[in-house]
Design a protein around this ligand. Structure first.
Ligand code: PEP
Ligand code: MG
Length: 953
């Protein structure tokens, strides 16, 4: 996407007349290497056709299509003329946004500028601005608009209560990548507000990635306890992005259209929400202009619209955008319509029909440009970059979900979702049924061939599951039914897939819900055959595959020699694609948000599958560091693996136990095989999350027993349920909180349900028989909370006969809240051990949300403030003869390991894969060196200074 960058802005220039200004613009583009000399004439030719003055003192010179041969590279130069230049059409220009575009990327810039044109006082501010930053901010800031389109609608849903509808809407938003599970949990906990006419609104700002509005309507309106229900709007709120949409709902209510939504299809619902009344006449026309509805053709359209006797509105036929006046140039350009997109015009009253035919005619005729007909099926509508989505910032680490470990440095290959253009309806059902059958057969052949080529194991298993899904008779029947009702083979099939996937997503079980991605994957395979759509071809060079959400069969198809890493906008660490990436040993970062898809092909990326982060367009220095890390890493991994069963010790023999962090007890055996000397943190909440309801005593015993047995006498440190904050439990919704991380989470939440805590402790004690069992409590803030939990624990120890429970058992606390470290002496007197959760301790000490997409890179556990708290905790514990572990991510940070050991930490608990590497790191230094590094780190003022000082050693 073409974006404005501060370096592209040239301040404080003067030009006597518009020609000198244009010459200067051409010179700047040419000096930047964007164009060759011939482009200057293109700029002049374009001005001769019509002025590029836009409004608000801005002109946007750009070459004619013929002059594109002179463009080396797409780019922009913004030139400020504080004294102004008189343009040839009589307007005064203070800023030239000069565009060198190889195709229609300049529409992105135009779209941004139309927002500027609507704002008052911008011309003066552009003239007076004295920094590039200020100009960039004035020009670039497109207000974020909430999303509403066919994908956020859930119509005719078989629900009989408003909460079910609200959740269906929330699930739609989650499935569209606008929100995460926290949003769904927040909605589950709310009562919808009545809007009138049987419409209800529920909303939350929790877990919102992209502001959006969903609407769920029932199959038939019904009576709820608080009144009629015709539909529930579910709003993912962020800032004021949704204001426009709420106003549109109000307009809909004003026109008494609430009841008409029940039974309506998505086109009708979007039309009502776009502000078109039921009595409006509508007509569509396709944009044929090669470069879309840019300023010049838009002007023509506006002129024709203004000549009509009735007001004409226009919007993009697809999506949920509001209809705007076709007589407003800025609004029409703001649609950002591209070649192939349909414009939907509407008008009311006498003269509406002739107005509509006039505007459609002029669009069909090309709006003053020579146009070629659009060949549906062969030509595809150019993909639109989400208007509100900014690309990831260059050279800045962007945090997401670590799905598969490893480090990759390579260029991005962005696989945009294929676009399937097909008619919704078809005349001859028999022919459509035949087409569907043969497409399903072909898809089956493709899968069979993929299975033959697959490396085996999980890859083949998942592809076989796809084969089963493809053969599902119910799915076939649902599609056939649709076709018999008049849908085309494509529409019938996709409706069947979408309904089934949607039902799957409604399941509380996270793992089952994620299988919806598999269904859609199967669905797209068949659509691909039906529409003759082939996926874009990746480059021959090594690359990092970037996709919205990688379907399992996409992963299975990967050429592992060229794909160095995976990056997805959506998805979670438990998605099949992530499981497969791990099975194939490809580093993967998932759930990185919609901005990922705005990356340009060829952008260099550093992908860190361990820390779950991606850095686009890294600086040379950062790249070199990453390359060194990569090489060093490969060597160290080999050596470390060889020595993984040695005990964790420093080079002078000081013992530091190295244990594994687990979320799934089934991985215990694997941890032991990687050299883990125990489990140092069992995140039991993941066991709870994997069940649709709180697991009962026997289920929990079986889970914990798996860990205890596989550990074969090694210690098991299990943490009691730590939900709330970023880890909601669907069946245990927490009331909406403004700051969930400062709210009901960890032990605070567990103590509100002592019976659940008690069952868990009981299960742990019974399952831990014969095993050194350490139980720890998360998020404790002081000794009072510990005592409450200890009372339950002591009662259980008394109740359970020794023969039936663990006897080598300790009860400790996690040090995650700064108050706990500050008061460590009072706690150390009563607990058996401390385990320091540096992830949370860092977030609470530095007041940085650990998941914050921009700030979390600064949430560095090596901050001296965090280290001092660790020192306090260790000193207090050792003074009482208690041991201290570290189980946050810091424990596997190579720079931090000597510092932690120097501070006196007795145990490090890390991801299983890291165990051999951490043991190897311990062998690098002796205890006196560790103490020296700890003292050095403590004496610094910032985390950057700590890292620099340690690196300089
Ligand atoms: C921590 O906070 O460091 C920790 C280990 O707990 P979690 O990451 O599960 O919150
Ligand atoms: Mg924690």
């Amino acid at each position: 996407m073409l974006t404005l960058d501060q370096d592209d802005i040239i301040l404080d220039r003067h030009a006597e007349d518009w020609q000198s200004a244009l010459d200067l613009a051409a010179q700047q583009l040419s000096e930047a290497g964007l164009v060759t000399e011939g482009y200057r004439q293109g700029l002049y030719d374009r001005e001769a056709q019509s002025s590029t003055f836009l409004g608000n003192a801005i002109a946007i010179p750009h070459g004619t299509p013929d002059s594109r041969d002179h463009v080396n590279r797409t780019g922009v130069r913004v030139i400020q003329f504080p004294r102004g230049v008189e343009w040839h059409d009589g307007n005064r220009v203070h800023v030239l946004v000069t565009i060198a575009a190889q195709s229609d990327e300049h529409l992105d810039i135009l779209r941004q500028l139309t927002h500027v044109l609507d704002r008052e006082g911008v011309a003066e501010r552009l003239a007076a601005a004295d920094s590039a930053r200020e100009i960039a901010a004035l020009l670039s800031k497109a207000p974020l608009e909430a999303r509403l389109d066919a994908d956020t609608l859930c119509l005719n849903f078989p629900a009989s209560d408003s909460l079910e509808l609200a959740l269906a809407g929330a699930a739609r938003l989650r499935q569209s990548g606008c929100v995460d599970n926290a949003f769904v949990a927040a909605i589950a906990d709310q009562q919808a507000h009545p809007l009138g006419q049987g419409l209800w609104l529920t909303s939350s700002p929790v877990g919102v990635q992209t502001p959006a509005l969903a609407l769920a309507t029932p199959e038939a309106s019904f009576q709820g306890p608080l009144g009629t229900v015709n539909g529930v709007f579910c709003l993912a709120a962020q800032g004021s992005a949704h204001r426009d949409l709420l106003e549109r709902i109000m307009t809909l209510l004003d026109s008494r259209a609430g009841e008409t939504l029940v039974g309506a299809d998505s086109a009708t619902v979007l039309s009502r929400l776009a502000g078109e009344s039921a009595s409006a006449r509508t007509a569509t026309a396709r944009v044929l202009n090669a470069h879309g509805l840019h300023a010049r053709p838009a002007k023509q359209l506006v002129q024709v619209a203004r000549e009509q006797s009735v007001p004409v509105k226009v919007r993009l036929a697809e999506g949920g955008g509001a209809a705007v006046s076709a007589a407003s140039l800025t609004k029409v350009i703001g649609l950002g319509a591209r070649r192939g997109q349909q414009l939907l015009f509407s008008a009311e009253g006498e003269g509406a029909d002739s107005a509509l035919s006039a505007v459609c005619r002029v669009v069909n005729e090309g709006l003053g440009e020579k146009v070629a007909p659009f060949e549906e099926g062969r030509e595809h509508v150019a993909p639109i970059t989400e208007p509100s989505v900014e690309p990831l910032e260059a050279d800045v680490p962007h945090l997401a979900v670590a799905a598969s470990p490893g480090l990759a440095i390579a260029e991005a290959f962005v696989m945009r979702p294929p676009r399937f253009d097909y008619p919704e309806r078809a005349e001859q059902p028999a022919e459509e049924l035949r087409r569907l059958d043969s497409a399903i057969e072909e898809a089956g052949r493709q899968l069979a061939s993929l299975i033959r080529q697959a490396p085996g194991g999980e890859v083949s298993e998942i592809l076989s599951m796809h084969e089963e899904m493809l053969d599902d008779p119910e799915l076939h029947e649902a599609a056939r039914e649709g076709i018999r009702e008049g849908f085309s083979a494509e529409a019938g099939w996709w409706r069947a897939i979408d309904t089934a996937a949607h039902a799957q997503e409604m399941l509380a079980d996270r793992l089952l819900a994620e299988r919806a991605a598999d269904l859609r994957d199967v669905g797209r395979r068949v659509l691909g055959v039906l529409c003759h759509v082939e996926l874009p071809t990746p480059p021959e060079r090594p690359y990092i595959l970037v996709m919205d959400d990688i379907g399992p069969s996409d992963v299975a198809r990967l050429d592992t020699r060229r794909v160095q890493g995976l990056l997805t906008a959506r998805g979670g660490a438990t998605a099949h694609s992530a499981i497969l990436a791990r099975a194939l040993g490809i580093p993967a970062v998932v759930g990185a948000g919609a901005r990922t898809m705005a990356l340009d092909n060829g952008t260099e990326l550093i992908l860190d599958g361990e820390r779950g982060r991606v850095i686009p367009a890294p600086s040379t220095a950062r790249r070199q560091r990453a390359e060194l890390r990569l090489k060093e890493r490969e060597r160290r991994e080999r050596d470390a693996w060889e020595a993984r069963f040695e005990e964790g010790r420093t080079s002078d023999g000081h013992r530091v136990e190295v244990a594994a962090n687990l979320g799934n007890t089934a991985h215990t055996q694997d941890a032991v095989e990687r050299g883990a000397e125990g489990v140092g943190l069992l995140r039991t909440e993941f066991i709870f999350m994997a069940h649709a309801q709180a697991p009962d005593l026997d289920t929990q015993i079986a889970e914990y027993r798996t860990a205890a047995e596989n550990l074969d006498g090694r210690p098991l440190v299990a943490r009691t349920l730590d939900v709330g904050g970023d880890k909601p439990l669907p069946y245990w919704p927490v009331p909406q909180e403004d700051n969930p991380f400062l709210g009901l989470r960890g032990i605070r939440l567990a103590l509100t349900k002592p019976d659940i805590l008690e069952t868990q402790l009981r299960a742990l004690l019974i399952a831990g028989r014969g095993c050194p069992l350490r139980i720890m409590l998360p998020m404790v803030k002081d000794v009072a909370e510990f005592r409450q939990a200890r009372a339950i624990f002591d009662r259980l120890l008394e109740q359970l006969p020794e023969a039936e429970r663990a006897t080598d058992v300790q009860l400790g606390v996690m040090i995650e809240v700064p108050s706990c470290a500050l008061l460590a002496p009072s706690l150390a007197a009563e607990v058996d051990f401390f385990s320091i959760g540096t992830n949370d301790l860092t977030q609470y000490t530095l007041a940085i949300d650990r998941g914050h997409s921009e700030l979390s890179a600064q949430a560095d556990g090596l901050h001296p403030a965090v280290l001092r708290l660790i020192q306090m905790a260790v000193d207090a514990a050792h003074a009482q003869g208690k041991w201290v572990g570290v189980c946050g991510e810091l424990a596997s940070d190579a720079a931090a390991v000597p510092v932690l050991v120097g501070l006196g930490v007795d145990e490090l608990s890390v991801a299983s894969r890291q165990v051999p590497l951490v043991k190897a790191r311990l062998r690098d230094f002796d205890m006196s060196e560790a103490q020296r590094q700890a003292a050095l780190a403590l004496s610094q003022a910032t985390s950057e200074a700590v890292r620099e000082a340690l690196e300089a050693l």
